[in-house]
Design a protein around this ligand. Structure first.
Ligand code: ATP
Ligand code: MG
Length: 409
């Protein structure tokens, strides 16, 4: 699907070259000097128009990867399915891609599977074709280095001003091609404070089960963007509303639907709120903590069942942990470097009850103590009877810190 090209001239928009990173400008100018078209595209143009600082600057051009590669000494071609070029500047790099079109199979049709999901999408194209294969109109705005205008083929500029997330083309078809676009719609709406335009929102509920077809590793990446990007509470609420959450965290969803799920819901929401606050103040946020929060309810429920059937405390929890992990990772992968600290946070919870003898001293020096303590505070805040224990540990840390200072002196 393509619509008419529209050029928003330099005087009609607010993007100033001063707000574009020097490295990105260098890349654009060199491409231009060598006779190629060169544009900034995607999130950076959207964010510049919204007066936000872009995370990264993406460049598109009609130059092919080998041609781009020759223009920049510190560049390399990356990507198996679709080749793009990374131009390196110190520790950061600018991503330069050649215009792409929706690829056509030998019969002249795009290669899709029986559910309409795109299998191949790696053919060079024109600017217009490149615009047509992007997801939302506000993500398909191009900043042209030749005349500093902004170019669009769908209503991106207008949608940006009326704060709408609108799918390019037929929403149902585009979600079928790539179900992750449903999550992206939620994420951009939450992040930008935009509305999802009604026709773009309408099919999501019904198509939500298509998420089951998305590889778990890709969903892991998306889950991090949804919940560790500073707008976790808004994303969580929207994901639940659109029936998407249950396909990401089916066990947690099941827990939340039961009676007496108040504590589970409180823990999730309080933790996400605190994650958003940490993000806003520049503090680190970790996937291990996020998954510990999301899966705590289901893990406990299963552990309870095992306890009732006569397992020892330790066995009940250990068995529940492996069961929850094995079920959850069928949907959303959790790399071991995160699932293992997640398990530490959980394993420390019962241990934090032991306040006698040398145990507290040993616990406090555990590398995961601080995360486990924060986790316990959230549990207390969410209704579990732990207030006294939390106060004890808070005091213990203050005293301990004082002793340490005493030693230094
Ligand atoms: P962010 O600020 O989160 O990085 P972004 O818009 O830059 O937002 P990216 O995931 O970095 O998002 O993708 C860059 C651009 O590539 C998007 O703006 C969009 O035009 C296009 N794009 C990315 N993913 C898809 C997708 N699944 N379907 C269609 N277009 C996509
Ligand atoms: Mg981006």
């Amino acid at each position: 699907m393509s619509e008419e090209k529209r050029i928003i001239s330099r005087s009609e928009h607010n993007i100033s070259r001063k707000s574009i990173r020097d490295e990105a400008l260098k890349v654009l100018y060199r491409l231009k000097k060598n006779g190629f078209d060169a544009y900034l595209v995607g999130g950076c143009v959207r964010d510049l128009l919204l007066h936000e600082e872009p995370k990264d600057f993406d460049v598109v051009t009609n130059a092919q990867p080998e041609q781009i590669r020759k223009l920049f000494r510190n560049s390399r071609i990356v990507g198996r399915r679709f080749k793009i070029v990374h131009v390196r500047f110190g520790r950061s790099f600018i991503e330069v891609a050649t215009f792409r079109s929706q690829s056509q199979g030998s019969d002249g049709h795009r290669q899709v599977d029986h559910a309409g999901m795109v299998l191949r999408d790696n053919v060079f194209g024109t600017l217009e074709e490149d615009a047509g294969r992007r997801d939302f109109t506000v993500n398909a705005l191009y900043y042209n280095v030749h005349d500093f205008s902004v170019v669009e083929y769908s209503s991106g500029f207008e949608d940006l001003n009326s704060r709408q997330i609108r799918m390019i083309g037929d929403p149902t078809e585009r979600y079928r091609e790539d179900p992750v676009r449903m999550l992206r719609a939620i994420r951009f709406a939450a992040k930008l404070g935009f509305e999802i335009e009604p026709q773009t929102a309408e099919p999501i509920r019904e198509l939500a089960p298509l998420l089951q077809r998305v590889p778990s590793a890709r969903l892991f990446e998306e889950v991090l963007k949804l919940f560790l990007g500073g707008h976790a509470v808004a994303c969580f609420d929207a994901l639940c509303l659109f029936g998407l959450y249950e396909h990401l965290f089916p066990l947690t969803h099941y827990c939340l639907r039961q009676q007496d799920s108040r504590d589970v819901l409180s823990l999730v929401r309080n933790a996400l709120r605190s994650t958003d606050e940490r993000y806003a103040s520049g503090l680190p946020v970790t996937p291990a903590f996020l998954f510990a929060v999301m899966l705590w309810g289901p893990m406990n429920q299963i552990a309870d069942r095992h306890r009732r059937s006569g397992m020892t405390e330790a066995d009940a929890m250990q068995t529940a942990v492996s069961q929850v992990l094995s079920l959850q990772t069928q949907r959303v992968a959790i790399p071991r470097r995160f699932s293992s600290p997640m398990q530490d946070i959980w394993a420390l919870q019962p241990k934090l009850k032991q306040r006698r003898g040398r145990k507290p001293r040993r616990l406090i020096s555990h590398p995961r103590f601080r995360a486990a303590y924060d986790f316990m505070l959230l549990r207390a805040e969410s209704g579990e009877e732990l207030t006294q224990l939390c106060e004890w540990w808070t005091q213990y840390q203050t005293d301990h810190a004082q002793t340490e200072i005493g030693h230094v002196r």
